[in-house]
Design a protein around this ligand. Structure first.
Ligand SMILES: [Zn+2]
Length: 164
């Protein structure tokens, strides 16, 4: 028997999009630590965005160390998020423990690609402006790690910025 797919089912499966907003704060003027906080709908997600892990997201289903502690250390209070990609959206699902990857918090956010691209561009633009004002700046996500300024050209090649 031939299977008939009802158009209603397709509509039902269409995910409802969530709204993401980021806030970037600097520790001191154009050098040192920055802190990228993430708000989805009206929820402030714990910790700060792991900028390097965010730009390293690929088109695979995987656990990404997407948030670090507010200090920038993943091993301190960071957590993994399950990241998957569909045609219309990037899906963030659940928080998983930083050491044993056990389920820690339950959520599911569907972020349409347009929003994801905007967030990625907002971070790159922010870094670019610091770089223009202070070419010698050493900018880290939280209080440690690599200089994000050195990775700007990699970030611009990110999968997140490719039109979907
Ligand atoms: Zn910490």
């Amino acid at each position: 028997m031939k299977k008939v797919f009802s158009p209603c089912n397709r509509l039902l499966q269409k995910p409802v999009m969530d709204r993401i907003k980021i806030t970037i704060k600097q520790e001191s003027v154009d050098d040192g630590a920055i802190f990228v906080r993430v708000q989805i709908n009206d929820n402030e997600l714990p910790g700060i965005l792991n900028v390097e892990a965010f730009f390293a997201i690929k088109q695979e289903n995987e656990l990404v160390p997407l948030f670090t502690c507010g200090c920038g250390d993943f091993g301190c209070k960071g957590y993994y998020v399950h990241v998957s990609c569909i045609d219309t959206a990037l899906i963030l699902r659940n928080g998983y423990h930083r050491f044993n990857q056990s389920l820690q918090s339950k959520f599911e956010y569907n972020l349409d690609w347009h929003q994801v691209k905007d967030v990625a561009e907002e971070i790159i633009t922010y870094l670019q402006k610091i770089h223009e004002r202070n070419p010698g700046a050493y900018i880290t996500s939280g209080y440690g790690g690599e200089n994000l300024i050195d990775s700007m050209s990699d970030y611009r090649q990110s999968f997140l910025l490719i039109p979907k």
